[in-house]
Design a protein around this ligand. Structure first.
Ligand SMILES: Cc1ncc(COP(=O)(O)O)c(C=O)c1O
Length: 394
């Protein structure tokens, strides 16, 4: 019998888990309880009875419970094509194509667009799905410091005569910082230096722009951008994602995006749910106004108590705490006080920037926000180290 080496991999698993525990980076799954501040349900649609009814109606209309295959085989359904037409109108683009998640959309999109020899300019704080999409497709990658236009312009100028394609990739509302990319300037640079642009509106959809149509629509730049990725699992309280752009882009994705080609389509009734969510999100003006109001109130309360929330200007408000232990301590204290809050630690955020990521939803009251700010302050004071909770960058 050849000697087996089972022990090697199992030993490595145990060591990795021990390392994670030692670095206070070991994660477990929990069901959130209390006032939920770690949800992306920004418009509160996840518990909206109108959306639930729309889903039930869509299920009742659907002949099939499952899609039965990839969209290129048996899985296509008119419900998806109707949704895509409506989504293109929403995004302000010629066409749209649905994917089963934002992660799959970004991987499929970047994998279809890029090849070795191309150059990608990627914001340092881009989401893992963008990073992985770039990594998998093999272009040269230049990571520019978060939002640093000077660096980006310098890098674009340096590679002005490069033979391959040039692509800038950025989120619009950044998921961990809650700030907004300088999109107008990025578009200007892209045009000046012959680069294309892919944006991820995961945290802007439903929240920013006219009718919640996102930052590109807010700035009227929809047709200047090669591809706009919107997710449906956050403010739309559904699941899936949509890549919006030209007809040629859609055709390319249908033919080349591996996460589209080689994956079972989502059940057709979900298209009905997403469509209803889109209608509700477009009309949710009072929810958007409330969200802006409570986010401003939270930042004001944190600033008054000397806590840093970075450059947040949106419904996502980080409380920067520095080391993992402090972040875990403060999160645990808040949980005890009835706030569902998570400590966000490296590698999700850069080392030394562990934080609470407070994501507000329109169902949270101003009173809750005030109680939250007070509870954060109390928890920080009892933390073993309150390393960075002191400097405010407004
Ligand atoms: C900026 C960003 N892009 C993409 C995704 C992935 O979207 P999904 O959760 O639909 O896979 C996320 C999810 O957290 C995100 O924050």
């Amino acid at each position: 019998m050849p000697k087996t080496n089972h022990g090697a991999l199992r030993g490595r698993i145990a060591r990795e888990l021990d390392d994670l525990r030692a670095q206070a980076q070991f994660r477990t799954l929990e069901v959130p309880g209390g006032i939920n501040l770690c949800s992306n349900d920004y418009l509160g649609l996840a518990a909206d009875p109108r959306l639930k009814q729309a889903l039930l109606d869509a299920v009742a209309r659907s002949l099939l419970t499952g899609s039965t295959g990839s969209r290129l085989l048996s899985g296509n359904d008119r419900a998806w094509e109707e949704l895509e037409t409506e989504f293109a109108d929403f995004a302000g683009t010629e066409t749209a194509l649905c994917f089963s998640s934002g992660y799959a959309a970004n991987i499929g999109l970047l994998g279809s667009l890029l090849q070795p020899g191309d150059i990608v300019f990627s914001d340092a704080l881009n989401h893992a799905s963008l990073i992985d999409g770039i990594r998998l497709s093999g272009p040269a990658k230049i990571v520019y410091p978060h939002g640093d236009l000077e660096f980006l312009e310098h890098a674009l100028r340096e590679h002005r005569d490069a033979k391959g394609a040039k692509l800038i990739v950025t989120e619009t509302v950044f998921s961990m910082e809650g700030d907004v990319a300088p999109l107008r300037d990025i578009v200007r640079l892209a045009q000046a230096y012959g680069a294309e642009l892919v944006i991820d509106e995961a945290h802007a959809i439903g929240v920013r722009g006219p009718q919640g149509r996102g930052i590109a629509a807010e700035l009227g730049l929809e047709r200047d951008i090669l591809a706009i990725m919107h997710t449906c699992g956050k403010a739309l309280a559904s699941a899936g994602a949509v890549v919006c752009g030209s007809r040629a882009l859609r055709d390319l994705l249908i033919n080349r995006a591996r996460t589209f080609l080689f994956s079972t389509a989502m059940p057709p009734y979900l298209a009905g749910q997403i469509r209803a969510a889109l209608h509700l999100a477009r009309a949710a003006e009072s929810e958007r106004a409330h969200l802006r109001h409570i986010a401003t109130a939270l930042r004001q309360a944190l600033a008054a108590a000397g806590h840093s929330f970075g450059a947040s200007t949106t419904q996502i408000v980080p409380v920067l705490l520095g080391d993992n232990e402090t972040a875990l301590h403060v999160a645990a204290q808040l949980q005890e006080n009835g706030f569902a809050v998570k400590a966000i630690r490296p590698p999700t955020v850069p080392p030394g920037t562990a934080r609470l990521r407070l994501s507000l939803t329109s169902r949270i009251s101003l009173e809750d926000v005030r109680r939250l700010a007070a509870a954060i302050h109390t928890a920080c004071q009892s933390a073993p180290q309150t390393s960075s909770a002191s400097t405010v960058h407004a």
